[in-house]
Design a protein. Structure first.
Length: 278
C-alpha cells in the first residue's frame, strides 16, 4: 500500500512543499506520494472526512492553519499555543483515525533565523498579523525577543495573533500599528505580507535593521529581499523557513530523521528554475 501525504491550501500551485517532501522520501528510500491539493476553508472538513487508510499526513498553508484546529482530535502544545496547525498527522487507532495537529512553523522560524543570524533579537517589526505572523512571533519569543511592533492593515484582525503571543511563557510586548506607521528601531524586520504590498515605506524599514526575514519564496526575490541584499543586510528567506518546518513535518510523518541537506538542495534548484522561467 502506497502511503499518501499532501499540502493543502488555496491557491496552492506555487507550493514547493511537494519538491521538499519528495526529495526527503527519495533520500529515505520511502515509496511515498506527496501532492498539492487546492482546498479552501469551506472544503476542508469534507476533504478530511474523505481520507482513506492510505493517508498519513498533511501540510497546511493559507488559509487553513487556523480553520483546521476545530476539526482535529488532538493538538500539540505549540499548535495549541498558536491556535494554528500547519501539520496534521493521521494516526491509526483501532479501526479509526486520530487527527493530530502540530505547528512546525514556530520552531522552523526560530531555526531559520538562527541559521542565518547569531546576533541579538531583542526587538522586532512584523508586517502582517495572520497565523504565520503569530508563529514567527512565538519563534522570536523562544529566542528571547522582548518587544515587537506589528504593522497590519486591520488592527482588529490581529486579535488572534496577540492572544497567541500572550500564551507564550515569556511573551514579548507587542504594539499594533497600521501599515505605513513609523516604528521604533529593531534588530529584525519580518514580512508575512504579499510582495505586492511592499511599498517604499516597508523598503525604508530595511535600512534600520540588522536582519530581514521574508517568509515568501514565490515570487522571489521580493522587493523587500532585493532591498536587503542591496544594502547588505542579513537575509532569512521563505525557503529557509520552508525547509526547516518541512524537515520537522517529515520527522513527524515518517518517524525518521529528515535529510535537511537534500531537501534544501531540491528547494534551491526549484527556486532557480522558477527564476529562469519567470
Amino acid at each position: 500500500m502506497t502511503v499518501r501525504c499532501a499540502v493543502l491550501g488555496s491557491p496552492i500551485a506555487h507550493s514547493l512543499s511537494p519538491v521538499l517532501h519528495r526529495a526527503a522520501y527519495a533520500s529515505l528510500g520511502l515509496d511515498w506520494e506527496y501532492d498539492a491539493r487546492d482546498v479552501g476553508e469551506d472544503d476542508l472538513a469534507g476533504f478530511l472526512d474523505g481520507l482513506d487508510e492510505t493517508w498519513r499526513g498533511l501540510s497546511l498553508t493559507m488559509p487553513l492553519k487556523r480553520a483546521v484546529v476545530p476539526l482535529l482530535d488532538e493538538v500539540s502544545a505549540r499548535a495549541d499555543q498558536a491556535r494554528a496547525a500547519n501539520t496534521v498527522v493521521l494516526d491509526r487507532v483501532g479501526q479509526g483515525v486520530r487527527r493530530v495537529g502540530h505547528n512546525t512553523d514556530i520552531p522552523g522560524a526560530a531555526a531559520a533565523l538562527r541559521e542565518r543570524y547569531d546576533g541579538p533579537l531583542d526587538r522586532a517589526v512584523v508586517l502582517g498579523g495572520g497565523a504565520t505572523a503569530a508563529s514567527v512571533l512565538l519563534g522570536l519569543a523562544d529566542l528571547g525577543c522582548g518587544s515587537a511592533t506589528l504593522l497590519v492593515r486591520d488592527e482588529a484582525r490581529a486579535a488572534d495573533t496577540l492572544a497567541a503571543v500572550a500564551r507564550h511563557a515569556a511573551p514579548p510586548r507587542v504594539e499594533v500599528r497600521p501599515l505605513g506607521s513609523d516604528v521604533p528601531s529593531a534588530e529584525v524586520l519580518v514580512s508575512t505580507i504579499p510582495a505586492s504590498a511592499h511599498t517604499d515605506h516597508e523598503l525604508r524599514l530595511v535600512d534600520a535593521v540588522s536582519v530581514v526575514f521574508d517568509v515568501l519564496y514565490d515570487p522571489w526575490p521580493t522587493p523587500l529581499a532585493a532591498r536587503a541584499r542591496e544594502v547588505g543586510r542579513r537575509l532569512v528567506t521563505g525557503l529557509d523557513l520552508l525547509v526547516h518546518q518541512a524537515a520537522l513535518q517529515v520527522e513527524l510523518m515518517t518517524g525518521e530523521p529528515a535529510p535537511v541537506a537534500a531537501m534544501r538542495l531540491a528547494g534551491e534548484r526549484a527556486v532557480e528554475r522558477r527564476g529562469r522561467t519567470a
